[in-house]
Design a protein around this ligand. Structure first.
Ligand SMILES: Cc1ncc(COP(=O)(O)O)c(C=O)c1O
Length: 383
C-alpha cells in the first residue's frame, strides 16, 4: 500500500467483501460497518438487486455524451422528482455530493443575481469550490449555537443582499450530530424568500431516509426551491443529483448555465439512482430506519445514563451520536480503536468528542444490541 496517496488516516487496507452491514477482510474476519462507508450504503453493502441492475446496465450502456441523455435519465428524474414531491421540476445527475452542492450554489447565484449566500457556520457543504471554501464576501456564516435569542441574531443578517439560504439539515456539520431549531430554520428560510432569495436543502447526508424521513428538510416544514442529493442516492456508487422547482429551472435555462462534465446524466448512474429509490420504496426502508433509529437511540441514551463519561446521546433516524465528556481519561479515538478491535466500524470526531453512527437502514436489531453490549462493556472497562 505504498502507492496510495495519504489525504487522511488510513487504518485498515484488507477489506475484500461487503454484505449488508458486514465487511469481510482477507482473513475472513467479519466487521460490522456502522458508518455505511462514509454514510453512503443505506441499503447495505453489495445490495443484490442493485448489483444486478448495475451489471445489466453496464452491459447495455454505461455512459453517453452530454448531448444525448436517454430514457434512463428521464426515468430516474421522474422517480426522484416523485419522492421529493416536486413532480413538475427538473433535475440533473452528477457524480458527488460536493458537485451537487456546488452546482446548486452556482444555480442560486445565477438565478437570484446575488453572490452572497447564507449558511450555518458549522455546516459541511463540499470538498471544493465556493461551497467548500465558504469565503467571506461570498458567504454569510451564521452560528446558530451562539444564538439563543433567534429573533435578535437574525436581525443582523443583511437579507436584501442574500441570494439564497443553503441549509444542511443532516446534523449541522459532518461530525457533530446537532440539529438546528425548527423555528430558526423557518425564520431564515422565510426571510430569505421574502427578500427574493432561494432556499436550498443540502440533502447529501440527510436525504434518502437517513434521518428517519425521506429528506432532512421534512423535519422543518419548509419547502426548498433546490435540493442537492448524493451519498445514499447511489448506495456507494458515485451518483448525485440536483433537483429544482420548474420556475427556478426555467429561469436558469433562460439565463443559460453552461455546465458539462464527463459523467453528467450517465445512464449507469441514473439506473443506480432509480433502483435505489425503488428499493427504499418497495421495502419501506425509510419507515424501518426511523423505527430502528429510535430503538438505537434509546439504547445509547441508556448508556449515557449509566456511564458518567458519556455527556450526551442524540440522533435523528439512523444518524446518531454519542458525546463524551472531555475531562475523562477515555477519548473518542480510544473508543474507536477499542470498537474496531472488537469488530465494529464507527465514525469519530475528536473536535466534538463524539462517536458517530450511520448504520444502513437494513441493519438487524440484533446487531444494534450486540453493538450496545460491546460499547457498554468497553465504557465500563476503559472509563
Ligand atoms: C452534508 C454534506 N454535504 C456535502 C458533502 C460532500 O459530499 P461528497 O463527499 O460526496 O462530495 C458531504 C460529505 O460528507 C456532507 O456530509
Amino acid at each position: 500500500m505504498n502507492h496510495i496517496l495519504k489525504c487522511h488516516d488510513i487504518v485498515k487496507t484488507d477489506f475484500v467483501r461487503g454484505d449488508n452491514c458486514y465487511l469481510y477482510d482477507k482473513q475472513g474476519r467479519r466487521y460490522v460497518d456502522l458508518e455505511s462507508g462514509i454514510w453512503c450504503t443505506a441499503l447495505g453493502h453489495s445490495q443484490p438487486r442493485l448489483s444486478q441492475v448495475i451489471a445489466a446496465q453496464a452491459t447495455k450502456l454505461m455512459h453517453l455524451g452530454t448531448r444525448y441523455p436517454n430514457a434512463m435519465v428521464e426515468e430516474a428524474a421522474l422517480a426522484l422528482l416523485d419522492i421529493v414531491q416536486i413532480r413538475d421540476g427538473k433535475c440533473t445527475f452528477l457524480s458527488s455530493g460536493s458537485e451537487a452542492v456546488e452546482f446548486s450554489t452556482q444555480t442560486i447565484r445565477r438565478v437570484s443575481g446575488k453572490d452572497m449566500l447564507l449558511t450555518f457556520s458549522n455546516s459541511y457543504l463540499a470538498a471544493y469550490g465556493s461551497a467548500g471554501r465558504k469565503q467571506a464576501g461570498e458567504w454569510y456564516l451564521f452560528d446558530w449555537n451562539a444564538c439563543p435569542d433567534t429573533a435578535h441574531c437574525t436581525a443582523e443578517i443583511p437579507f436584501e443582499q442574500i441570494g439564497g439560504f443553503v441549509f444542511e439539515p443532516g446534523g449541522s456539520g459532518s461530525g457533530f450530530v446537532r440539529f438546528p431549531p425548527q423555528a430558526l430554520v423557518q425564520e431564515l428560510a422565510g426571510k430569505v424568500k421574502q427578500a427574493g432569495g432561494l432556499v436550498m436543502s443540502n440533502e447529501v447526508t440527510a436525504g434518502m431516509g437517513r434521518t428517519g424521513k425521506w429528506f432532512g428538510f421534512q423535519h422543518y416544514d419548509i419547502q426548498p426551491d433546490i435540493i442537492a442529493l448524493g451519498k445514499g442516492l447511489g448506495n456507494g456508487y458515485p451518483v448525485s443529483a440536483v433537483v429544482m422547482r420548474r420556475e427556478v429551472a426555467e429561469k436558469l435555462e433562460a439565463i443559460g448555465l453552461r455546465y458539462a462534465q464527463s459523467h453528467q446524466n450517465d445512464p449507469l448512474g441514473c439506473s443506480v439512482a432509480k433502483e435505489v429509490i425503488a428499493i427504499l420504496q418497495e421495502e419501506n426502508l425509510v419507515e424501518r430506519g426511523a423505527k430502528l433509529g429510535a430503538y438505537f437511540l434509546t439504547g445509547l441514551q441508556h448508556l449515557a445514563e449509566k456511564h458518567a463519561i458519556v455527556k450526551d446521546a442524540r440522533g435523528r433516524g439512523m444518524l446518531l451520536g454519542l458525546e463524551l465528556h472531555t475531562q475523562g481519561v477515555l477519548s473518542v479515538e480510544m473508543l474507536y480503536h477499542a470498537l474496531l478491535q472488537r469488530g465494529f466500524l464507527v465514525g469519530y470526531y475528536p473536535a466534538g468528542n463524539i462517536l458517530r453512527l450511520d448504520p444502513a437502514l437494513t441493519i438487524e436489531p440484533e446487531l444494534i444490541d450486540q453493538f450496545l453490549d460491546c460499547l457498554d462493556t468497553i465504557l465500563a472497562q476503559l472509563a
